[in-house]
Design a protein around this ligand. Structure first.
Ligand SMILES: Cc1cc2nc3c(=O)[nH]c(=O)nc-3n(C[C@H](O)[C@H](O)[C@H](O)COP(=O)(O)OP(=O)(O)OC[C@H]3O[C@@H](n4cnc5c(N)ncnc54)[C@H](O)[C@@H]3O)c2cc1C
Length: 405
């Protein structure tokens, strides 16, 4: 693996499970008390996000594991954070236009960079950690080197990017997506919108020097001259949620191939009867996370993870580097249907949407199969997080009961 740092280690399920079990003793009251501290080597958070992002581990199994070890109250903070991930995914799934607008915003900002040399040099200075704000520079270098930032550092970084450096927020979100091992369309886009004051309109997150000093325990220099009381960014209200139509089953009686994507690398949970499959292929959309080059450490982590997943399935999986090659593969195997784990809003879903008409022309159906966890949780993300959590009571209860069984 061509990684610039030791973490996250091999992109395998064994490694993910080992990290989960090592973190488990800290997932209760320690996590509740200490998770806000951004310290060297991040001892108080799980760093499971690259595995959760690609579903090498699922939210469902992480929640069950934690609820098996702790009562609901003790585990509440950790459960809440995992649920934030689920909530963002459901929220965006019901409002795909927000992702489309973000992508257009990135392209518009990149166009500006071509013609505005001042903006270009400020953006380059921010991405390479050469601004006047030393803590920001440290985080920029940490992000490009480690592929990770603590949640609090992400909030401070995004806030300084938007309100002190006054750079377009979409370029900051794009910088994250290019370098984070856990780069995720929903968590990233919506968290940046939240910091900017676009997600909860009129309520921005403003980084403050005392807070940075306290929660880094002075590990980074205290920043001077951060923007004080800046106005939140202005934008259109969030669209109303659309309804979700998530399929849980597929026709098992026609010649079917399985397509693996980076959106879900535990396909045997969804497709247990792999012996019924005619063929298996994999398609990678990692490079499409950004119009610019995605960091090689992210590309190789994802590619290793996909290979490890395919190695755990029977038979040889074909790599289809382009959507066209997915069509060629399906025709070569006389498939009538391709099944794939439901790809949430993002580059993979975009690629599959573009592919579908070509498959239809060839008489091949594309079935996107959701996980019961998502089908249960996502439609609850109609309004704010706390409403989501409230309506998730019975769902969480069931998870806790299953974990106890
Ligand atoms: C501006 C900004 C951008 C972000 N971009 C991403 C991104 O691209 N991908 C991503 O996975 N997360 C993103 N997050 C959310 C969060 O920062 C990371 O999920 C978390 O820091 C991952 O580290 P961890 O696994 O050690 O988290 P832990 O604290 O150990 O939490 C456990 C798990 O809960 C989930 N989680 C925790 N905090 C959040 C949160 N605030 N929102 C959503 N899920 C959360 C993650 O899946 C995480 O692995 C972003 C947050 C901000 C403020």
């Amino acid at each position: 693996m061509t990684s610039s740092s030791i973490w996250p280690g091999p992109a395998t399920r064994d490694n993910a499970l080992r990290q989960l079990s090592e973190f488990l003793p800290q997932a209760g009251s320690d996590y509740a008390a200490l998770r806000g501290y951004d310290l060297k080597d991040h001892p108080h958070v799980s760093r499971l996000s690259p595995f959760l992002r690609h579903r090498i581990l699922t939210e469902d199994e992480v929640l069950r594991t934690v609820l098996r070890s702790y009562d609901r109250d003790t585990a509440q903070k950790f459960v809440d954070e995992v649920l934030w991930r689920t909530y963002w995914k459901g929220w965006l799934e019901m409002r795909p236009g927000v992702w489309r607008d973000y992508r257009l915003g990135v392209q518009a900002a990149l166009n500006r960079i071509q013609t505005e040399s001042g903006l270009r040099s400020e953006w380059e200075a921010a991405c390479s950690g050469r601004t006047e704000i030393e803590c920001f520079n440290i985080w920029a270098r940490q992000l490009t080197h480690d592929g990770y930032l603590h949640n609090h550092a992400r909030m401070w970084f995004a806030s300084i990017w938007i309100f002190t450096l006054r750079l377009p927020w979409e370029l900051g979100a794009d910088f994250f997506l290019r370098h984070l091992y856990d780069g995720d369309p929903a968590s990233n886009t919506l968290s940046w919108r939240w910091v900017a004051g676009l997600q909860t309109r009129g309520k921005a997150y403003i980084a403050e020097a005392w807070n940075i000093e306290k929660f880094t325990k002075g590990r980074v220099p205290r920043p001077e001259d951060l923007a004080a009381n800046p106005a939140p960014l202005d934008g259109p209200p969030s669209p109303d949620p659309s309804s979700l139509d998530l399929a849980l089953e597929w026709d098992m009686h026609c010649p079917t191939g399985l397509l693996i994507t980076e959106e879900d690398l535990s396909p045997s949970d969804i497709f247990p009867e792999t012996d019924r499959l005619q063929a298996i292929a994999h398609y990678h959309a990692t490079q499409d996370r950004s119009p610019l080059a995605v960091s090689p450490h992210v590309v190789s982590f994802v590619s290793d993870a996909i290979e490890a997943c395919c190695a755990s399935l029977p038979g040889q999986a074909t790599h289809c580097p382009t959507p066209d090659e997915v069509v060629t593969w399906a025709i070569a195997h006389d498939l009538k249907q391709i099944v794939t784990a439901y790809p949430p809003v993002g580059p993979t879903a975009d690629a599959l949407a573009a592919l579908e008409p070509r498959l239809e022309d060839a008489g091949i159906a594309l079935a996107r199969i959701a996980r019961p966890y998502d089908a249960d949780a996502w439609p609850r993300a109609r309004a704010g997080y706390f409403k989501f959590r409230k309506t998730s009571g019975s769902f969480l209860e069931r998870l806790a009961q299953d974990a106890a069984a």
